[in-house]
Design a protein around this ligand. Structure first.
Ligand SMILES: Nc1ncnc2c1ncn2[C@@H]1O[C@H](COP(=O)(O)OP(=O)(O)OP(=O)(O)O)[C@@H](O)[C@H]1O
Ligand SMILES: [Mg+2]
Length: 224
């Protein structure tokens, strides 16, 4: 911030103004905590609404946490209210802002999971999901995961497959196994389509050892 004529101005005020004004362009704003990202987003939404380019009921503002979504909605609400008190608005802009105020409850200002749930609930057939589906809350999610894990482990223990026996013998405890399983469950892209299979190294230890001198020579040549 820099002082000028008694009023504080951000040193990057021109960039901020550009982000707000250029609603025709996509923008990625990356900035440290508390530097004004939410303020910019609210101003940008307001600019889009005021100009009549965007209906608030058709806008989407997505956050990661419920808290951030609540904060964003509240800030848009008060920004719209403050806007209506301005005396320099054109009639059109005032009409757009008033309309947006009435549409705020229908605006998609929510978390990414709430937004996805909303889309799936609107189009369950197209998405191939049960229209009665519910989003698991974190507590129910944990209870379900723990139950599935216990049942799986009991089944595995009864069948005593080689890989599990091998892991336990190698000192990988049940807690570590569970941790790994949950981490993989949270990153399904790591799992191959037909199930998780750890690729075996193609070369044997002997072949790798035999290749070492050659690698050493190449490394030496590169260093030259
Ligand atoms: N251009 C600006 N000049 C002066 N103060 C500003 C400016 N933009 C935002 N602020 C103020 O800075 C504070 C933080 O703003 P804001 O909440 O928008 O930041 P943020 O980057 O979203 O924060 P967080 O990382 O916590 O989400 C607020 O009090 C806001 O009023
Ligand atoms: Mg913020």
């Amino acid at each position: 911030m820099a002082s000028g004529g008694g009023k504080l101005t951000a040193f990057d005020a021109d960039v901020r103004a550009d982000v707000i004004a250029s609603i025709d362009r996509s923008m990625l704003v990356e900035a440290a905590a508390g530097t004004g990202k939410t303020t910019l987003l609210v101003d940008r939404i307001l600019q889009a609404v005021r100009s009549g380019r965007v209906r608030l009921s058709r806008a989407v503002a997505i956050t990661f946490t419920e808290k951030a979504a609540g904060e964003l909605e509240e800030r848009i609400r008060s920004a719209l209210a403050a806007e209506l008190h301005r005396d320099d608005l054109t009639d059109d802009a005032r009409r757009h802002v008033r309309q947006a105020s009435g549409e705020l409850d229908r605006a998609h200002i929510c978390t990414i999971h709430a937004f996805c749930a909303r889309v799936l609930r609107e189009k369950p057939l197209e998405a191939g999901v049960d229209p009665q589906f519910a989003v698991l809350d974190p507590t129910a999610d944990k209870v379900l995961r723990d139950r599935v894990w216990r049942e799986w482990l009991d089944g595995q223990a009864a069948a005593a497959p080689e890989v599990l026996t091998e892991a336990l013998r190698a000192g990988v405890g049940a807690a570590r196994l569970q941790e790994t399983a949950f981490a993989l469950a949270g990153a399904p892209e790591l799992l191959e389509d037909e199930g998780f299979r750890l690729p075996r190294p193609e070369r044997t230890r002997e072949q790798l050892a035999a290749a070492l001198p050659e690698l050493g020579r190449e490394a030496h040549d590169i260093r030259q």
